[in-house]
Ligand binder design. Structure first.
Ligand code: PMT
Length: 403
């Protein structure tokens, strides 16, 4: 998504400027080419050398410096970049951008660019909440810029409140969202399930499984990156909410069932990557079950709803099948039983595939009986392959309805 893209990273004079070094590093690690522009204020907090060491490119600071010929070419730079990120953006910089002033390299480049712009404000709470700043931010939003954050927390002054630079993951998530706005899932609503469910035995213990949520979260992020409106319904996981995705957190299979039923109204596709417990204890004990003298304890389990099997409608339905044997035969059976458009068969015995890891090895099983094996891929890539198929099916069946 970010690989092979070229970005302009603008840094303005806030104490949070040091975090922009990490942001540049994260973008470079994602395979992007990053041109950094530091304002005069930023130079008080960070050095061009830090950014140059990370981006391996000249860092631009001044529009008229004969030693920085690229800076004079700011109109070309503005035209060539795929996106601009300003992080941190001070109240002063935001005011300049909103007014369309162009008295330094960064503001001039921003005026000249037509690429998506993401800004991440960072300042004291009083400055952020001031009507002038709020008005300027509204102006920028109306202009189509994405404002990410600020986050709330401890500020440089020691006070607490809104004004901290947003988490870098959210800034990058915002950039990915902004780049994908006109993607092939624009105007589509995709519901994704992820993670395990937890079925309580007593107030302390649960029946659960090894799903980390990574596969489902990757699908939600990939769908967001292609322009979809995404609802992610997830069981308990340690993963943070992806930026730009509506996350609904549930615990049990029954809760997931209710959440999915509510979410699929007006959706275009349901992609179910969650590992849902098929059974739950008939009744959870209200008090912690104590160790007793008898050597055995019997738990009586009852069936949970088959969410994907039961939630049907006029939308594309994709299921996963995690199998330790007879992969394709079992996946085909699930496809037929649940009436699915595609089953992603997941061989959990393959190395680096299935639960918890960042990669996966899957085989697509189609309603006409075909099976298509994919190589070992990062889960985010697997997600895109699944969505490629969803896009194809949607094109055949459901043209985007006008907003
Ligand atoms: O979360 P990760 O650590 O990244 O791991 C990813 C994964 C291995 C969990 C994922 O790739 C995967 O294979 N998910 C499906 C797991 C599974 O056990 O599926 P199943 O064979 O039990 O169910 C088949 C399909 O029906 C699935 O789409 C499942 O979400 C759905 N289902 C199952 C039971 C149930 N009661 N309701 C359901 O909707």
């Amino acid at each position: 998504m970010l690989g092979g893209k070229r970005f302009l990273l603008g840094v303005t004079g806030s104490v949070a400027a040091y975090k922009a070094v990490q942001l540049a590093s994260d973008l470079v690690k994602a395979g992007a080419l990053v041109d950094v522009v530091l304002t005069r204020g930023a130079l008080e907090f960070v050095t061009p050398l830090a950014f140059r060491a990370i981006t391996h490119r000249d860092v631009l600071t001044c529009m008229f410096d004969p030693n920085q010929p690229e800076a004079l070419e700011h109109v070309t730079l503005a035209r060539e970049v795929d996106g601009v990120v300003v992080a941190p953006a001070t109240a002063h910089a935001i005011a300049k951008f909103a007014l369309g002033l162009a008295d330094d390299l960064l503001s001039a480049t921003l005026l000249a660019t037509r690429a998506p712009v993401v800004i991440a404000p960072a300042m004291e709470t009083a400055m952020y909440e001031h009507p002038a700043t709020q008005q300027h931010l509204t102006t920028l939003r109306l202009r189509g810029w994405l404002v990410v954050g600020p986050a709330s927390g401890r500020l440089a002054s020691g006070a607490f409140g809104p004004g901290r630079l947003a988490d870098l993951e959210d800034i990058i998530g915002g950039l990915r969202w902004a780049l994908g706005l006109r993607g092939d899932l624009a105007g589509r609503r995709i519901v994704v399930t992820a993670g395990p469910t937890q079925e309580p035995i007593d107030p302390v213990r649960v029946i659960t499984n090894r799903s980390s949520g990574k596969m489902g979260f990757a699908i939600a992020e990939a769908a967001r990156d292609r322009g979809a409106t995404v609802i992610l319904i997830t069981g308990p996981t340690t993963l943070r909410d992806p930026y730009g995705v509506e996350v609904r957190r549930v615990r049990t299979a029954c809760e997931m069932y209710e959440a999915v039923k509510a979410a699929v109204r007006r959706c275009d596709a349901l992609v179910a990557a969650a590992a849902v417990a098929d059974y739950r204890p008939e009744a959870a004990a209200t008090d912690k079950i104590k160790k007793a003298d008898q050597p055995e304890l019997t738990l009586r389990l009852v069936r949970n709803p088959d969410i994907l099997g039961e939630v049907r409608g006029d939308f594309i339905r994709v299921g996963f099948a995690a199998e330790s044997r007879d992969l394709i035969a079992n996946a085909r059976q699930k496809l037929v039983e649940k009436g699915l458009d595609l089953v992603v068969a997941n061989d959990i015995t393959a190395p680096d595939a299935g639960f918890e890891v960042d990669t996966n090895r899957v085989t697509f099983v189609y309603p006409d009986g075909r099976a298509e094996e994919l190589p070992l891929l990062p889960k985010y890539e697997v997600a895109h392959r699944v969505l490629d198929r969803v896009v194809e099916l949607l094109r055949l069946r459901r043209p985007v309805s006008p907003a």
